[in-house]
Design a protein around this ligand. Structure first.
Ligand code: NAD
Length: 501
């Protein structure tokens, strides 16, 4: 058969497959959305944004609640898809969807309260003016998502951006396009008109095109490395940016902690979702007086964990195969530098599954301490006291989350930690509390999703000042009188001059 002419081949749209990381099954074939198609999607979303922004908070809230209700009815379908596309256990997938739905409900309910117009005091000098602040949507929000929580994480931006009156163009990770596309389809039955929430599939190039498109803001969740590229791309057009990047969360265990509970929850904190959580526990700093007992308790429980894809498995495979090389390198580096295996060893990686690895006495400059591992591994290092634990926890390029275990000193220790989120005698719980902002500092990013801060993030403030009634003295004119000048000076002295100390 004669080969097709070049032009016909070039017209064929580029596609990619989504693969189940546990079984190799092809889940679907998706379009590599081109830069031109990205621009077209953004242009349509921009037109739709005028209409969407003109609806009241109440009206948008009703539509978002309808969406939450539809997602609740369809929970089994979306959870099954998350399970197949990421490999995580079905029950984890269900939990992920439930928490995401909770966020949609919260954003729908609180948008009016958080984003409604506020009146502000106008001050003595401008007492005849009425001052207000309005929160305005940006227009189109470009959302770029990761694969580890392909439903929960993007919804944490999508719901809040929509509730604030923006339209959304969302690019899911190339490892979880089916979940992203499913989310887009789930919106359609409740959408009052087209182009409010659009999903575009593709890889890095599609994401890069979105950062260069005519969007009002980008919300990026992913690795720090990509986050820095996104920040550089956004700088060109001064596009505002929300960055939710990687982490290296520390767990601090004081001598008075409930050790059994701390061991149970920290094991889950480190190993759930095969350690593929931005806020996974990766480093433990435990007080020397209880280090041995804590280590024994956590090892005892780690021995019961079963990675796998079948029912009853505690966690699934590495969703992104290239992460396995990083996990392996961190384990080997830790051991080479004197780290001791408390549980598991270098043979923990079998195919795409990694069984739990717990190391102790790992030097603070090794990769397992400095870099994000993103696998079911945990380092337990012993400290003299909690001040040393705080210093070591803070000595990181990352600043996402942390956990503190102590009966008496939890609040004090938490107040010393340089990161965006701290849980005391718990782990991960802030993700399910919709009113709490989520995000970090340093290499973990900037800006916040969730809560009032997450709603504010998708708006900019517009100050409005209005003359309520005229006054005989006018300051804002070339005809300002000497009397007006004297009044300003007198008022300033009355208001601000203090006697010298
Ligand atoms: P990644 O950086 O590889 O990819 C994230 C997204 O960026 C993907 O959709 C990808 O296609 C896109 N992308 C890649 N190159 C791009 C470019 N040049 N311009 C624009 N977009 C581009 O991250 P990942 O492996 O998908 O996700 C795992 C990472 O995400 C981990 O580091 C994890 O800690 C982090 N994460 C952070 C949070 C948080 O809230 N802080 C939540 C979940 C995951």
């Amino acid at each position: 058969m004669a080969a097709k002419p070049r032009s016909a081949r070039a017209m064929k749209p580029a596609t990619f497959e989504s693969i189940n990381p546990a079984t190799g099954e092809v889940i679907g074939v998706f379009a590599q959305t081109s830069a031109q198609e990205v621009d077209e999607a953004v242009a349509k979303a921009s037109v739709a944004s005028e209409h969407w922004a003109s609806l009241s908070f109440r009206k948008r809230g009703i539509i978002l609640r309808d969406w939450a209700s539809l997602l609740t009815r369809e929970i089994e379908g979306s959870a099954e898809l998350i399970h197949r596309e990421t490999g995580k256990p079905l029950s984890d997938a269900r939990l992920e969807v439930s928490i995401a739905i909770e966020h949609i409900g919260w954003a729908a309910k609180y948008a009016t309260k958080v984003l409604g117009d506020q009146s502000r005091p106008s001050g003595l000098l401008m007492f005849n003016m009425a001052a207000r602040v309005q929160r305005c949507p940006f227009g189109v929000i470009g959302i770029i998502g990761p694969w580890n929580y392909p439903f929960f994480t993007p919804v944490g931006s999508i719901a809040y951006a929509l509730a604030a009156g923006n339209t959304v163009v969302f690019k899911p990770s190339e490892f979880t396009p089916a979940v992203g596309a499913w989310l887009g389809e789930s919106w359609k039955p409740v959408a009052p008109f087209a182009d409010i929430f659009t999903v575009i599939t593709g890889g890095a190039e599609t994401g890069a095109a979105l950062t260069k498109a005519n969007v009002g803001k980008i919300s990026f969740t992913g690795s720090t490395k990509t986050g820095k590229l996104v920040a550089a791309a956004c700088a060109v057009n001064m596009t505002p940016l929300l960055l939710e990047c990687g982490g290296k969360d520390a767990v601090l265990i004081d001598r008075d902690a409930d050790l059994r509970k701390a061991a149970e929850v920290t094991l889950w904190h480190a190993m759930a979702n095969a350690g593929q959580s931005c806020i996974a526990a990766e480093r433990v700093y435990v007080h020397k007086d209880v280090a041995e007992r804590f280590s024994n308790l956590i090892v005892e429980q780690a021995a019961k964990l079963k990675p796998g894809y079948e029912d009853g498995a505690n966690y699934g495979p590495a969703t992104m195969p290239s992460q396995l090389g990083i996990v392996k390198a961190h384990i080997e580096d830790a051991q080479r530098r004197g780290g001791r295996f408390l549980f598991g060893d270098k043979s923990a990686i079998k195919g795409s599954f990694v069984s739990p690895v717990i190391l102790a006495d790992v030097p603070e400059d090794s990769k397992a301490i400095t870099d994000e591992t993103f696998g079911p591994t945990l380092v337990i290092n012993t400290v003299r006291n909690m001040d040393q634990a705080v210093d070591l926890a803070n000595n990181s390029n990352y600043g996402l989350g942390a956990a503190v275990w102590s009966k008496k000193n939890g609040k004090r220790i938490a107040s010393l930690l340089k990161c965006g989120m701290v849980s005391i005698n718990s782990a991960f719980s802030n993700t399910a509390v919709s009113s709490l902002p989520f995000g970090g500092i340093k290499d973990s990013g900037y800006g916040r999703t969730h809560g009032a801060e997450g709603l504010l993030e998708f708006t900019y403030p517009r100050s409005i000042i209005r003359t309520r009634f005229p006054i005989p003295i006018n300051f804002t004119t070339f005809n300002r009188s000497q009397r007006a000048d004297r009044i300003v000076m007198s008022l300033t002295r009355v208001l601000h001059k203090r006697r010298r100390r």
